[in-house]
Design a protein around this ligand. Structure first.
Ligand code: ADP
Ligand code: MG
Length: 521
């Protein structure tokens, strides 16, 4: 009897390399293979990350014996910074970026494979889309691989391409596929996952091949299987019991990034926690491609109050507009993908998807100091009209730091037609975390400020925490306020310094309130 080949675990279960040993043809394989063999059309292959697109194309190329000389292969990831599709191809082929030069070189090969097409810039994608017709006429076949929205966008560009292209979509695979994959791995390592454990793997992977690899590899590591074992070994765990171990393994890699993302852009972090909502919704889902529309329904949809709903909606789209930048600044380009205007947010790293399936969003919540107060505003300001300009500087500086400020000029539509007294009384009593009082010479004499101050003082008595924050605007004695209340001074401090202190106060207060009632969401 010959000694069995010893495989390293990473050769067998590995979500980041071609599965030599475990390859199972996905159900779409025969159709795609047939299209590949038929002469003529381009092929587009779309599907979520980790669904096996790259693997499938590599398999086809191998099986069909396509020689390296007949193939140009490139990845959108490496050319994402280039705005023109011709320039992308020209750089790859090392020719001048003219249609003639690029085309004549392309005509020397049979296939041009562009993988991770969605990583190309929009300009590059559209330009390639425009020339596909010509290249088809010149017998150059493109195989374009990417997430679903990039393919859909491409065909938006040129409807005529329809007859020159065979589109395919890789979906999740069935149970049979998953079991075959596991079986091949078991055979190579000389192990066997117990029946119940195998069932758990099947259930947990959701038909995503890369996640099968992630889970199986982790289980092997847990059981000390690092290569083919001499004597057949039964691996028997409960996957649920392994969750903690798995989380520990991934924590170092992902946790801080998730927290960073949940905090979002520094400027807007206290605005409605929308980045947190986005990541929490993605985590609660199982898909690798999450439709933006779905996120909107989950996050904005349930809000009944039209005013709040509007605000949340604005905040949602603001977050999306900045998401690409936030992903980049938090170092998450290899795990998450989103381009402003796209229909999906895509999780590019299968382990990250699996990690999100398991981890506890509450841990992130603790880190980001989610707003748990019911206050609509962080600060409401009260001042005499004479110092409006100065007040406005502070207000804008505070808003730049992500604070929600009630400032009457910004709220005219809100105040319009309402009983002003009652409306303002409500706001200064119940709707702000702090009340900022700008004390100037005119302040004590004015009707409105006097009214607002009265309400503020009354509200202050009802609160358990400090509420009134006086700011001295000019040389004035602090009338009507206890001297013991600390105050800031706008004659010696800049509006930015005041806004900084305000932001600190708001954050500290939110944290305190969060700690006070840790069980409340
Ligand atoms: N048909 C398959 N059979 C076995 N494993 C697969 C198959 N397709 C994908 N995998 C596993 O999933 C991982 C990710 O697949 P990949 O083709 O890179 O996905 P995509 O290109 O769609 O993001 C591969 O490294 C491999 O481990
Ligand atoms: Mg791929």
């Amino acid at each position: 009897m010959s000694t069995p080949h010893i495989y390293q675990l990473e050769e067998v279960f590995n979500e980041a390399r071609y599965p030599d040993i475990t390859f199972v043809p996905p159900k779409e394989y025969p159709q795609i293979k047939s299209a590949f063999r038929a002469k003529g059309k381009h092929i587009t292959l779309s599907g979520p990350s980790g669904s096996g697109k790259t693997t499938l194309i590599q398999r086809l190329v191998k099986e069909e014996g396509v020689s390296h000389y007949d193939l140009v292969e490139l990845s959108g990831r490496e050319y994402s910074h280039i705005e023109s599709g011709l320039v992308v191809l020209a750089e790859k082929l090392r020719v001048q970026p003219t249609l003639e030069d690029v085309t004549s070189l392309l005509q020397m090969v049979k296939f041009v494979v562009i993988d991770d097409f969605h990583h190309l810039s929009k300009g590059a994608r559209l330009e390639i889309g425009q020339h596909l017709k010509l290249w088809h006429e010149r017998n150059v076949r493109f195989i374009i691989v990417g997430i679903a929205s990039s393919a859909a966008e491409l065909f938006g560009a040129d409807p005529e391409l329809g007859i020159r292209n065979d589109p395919f979509e890789l979906k999740t695979q069935d149970e049979q596929f998953v079991r075959s994959l596991i079986e091949r791995g078991e055979g190579a390592l000389n192990i066997e996952f117990s029946g119940p454990l195998e069932n758990e793997i099947v259930a947990a992977c959701n038909g995503v091949p890369s996640i099968v690899h992630v889970i199986c590899r982790l289980l092997c590591v847990q059981d000390g299987v690092h290569e083919t074992v001499g004597k057949k070994r039964i691996v028997d765990f409960q996957l649920r019991d392994q969750a903690d171990a798995v989380l520990r393994i991934f924590k170092a890699k992902y946790f801080d990034k998730v927290v960073g993302l949940a905090k979002g852009k520094q400027q807007s972090r206290s605005v409605h926690n929308t980045y947190f909502d986005i990541i929490a919704t993605i985590a609660a889902d199982r898909r690798s491609e999450i439709p933006v529309e779905y996120l909107y329904q989950k996050i904005v949809g349930p809000i009944a109050d039209p005013k709040q709903r509007n605000r949340k909606s604005t905040s949602f789209y603001n977050c999306l507009n900045n998401l690409d930048e936030v992903i980049t600044t938090k170092g998450m380009n290899d795990v998450l993908f989103y381009r402003a205007g796209a229909k999906y947010i895509s999780i590019e790293d299968p382990s990250f998807r699996f990690y999100l399936n398991l981890f506890d969003i509450e841990e992130v919540k603790k880190k980001v100091h989610i707003r748990r107060s019911d206050y609509s505003y962080d600060v409401a300001v009260s001042f005499a009209g004479e110092v409006r300009d100065k007040v406005l500087q502070v207000v804008r500086a505070a808003e730049d730091r992500g604070l929600q400020v009630f400032y009457d000029f910004d709220q005219q539509s809100l105040l319009w037609g309402k009983d002003l007294r009652k409306m303002l009384a409500d706001i200064y009593t119940d709707e702000a975390l702090f009340m900022l009082i700008f004390l100037s010479k005119d302040y004590p004499e004015k009707d409105w400020p006097a009214f607002e101050l009265e309400i503020g003082k009354r509200a202050s008595h009802k609160r358990t925490q400090e509420y009134l924050l006086p700011v001295i605007v000019d040389d004035v004695a602090v009338v009507g306020l206890k001297d013991t209340i600390g105050h800031l001074n706008l004659t010696t401090m800049t509006p930015h310094q005041i806004a900084d202190m305000l932001a600190e106060k708001v954050e500290a207060m939110q944290k305190r309130m969060a700690d006070d009632k840790p069980r409340l969401a």
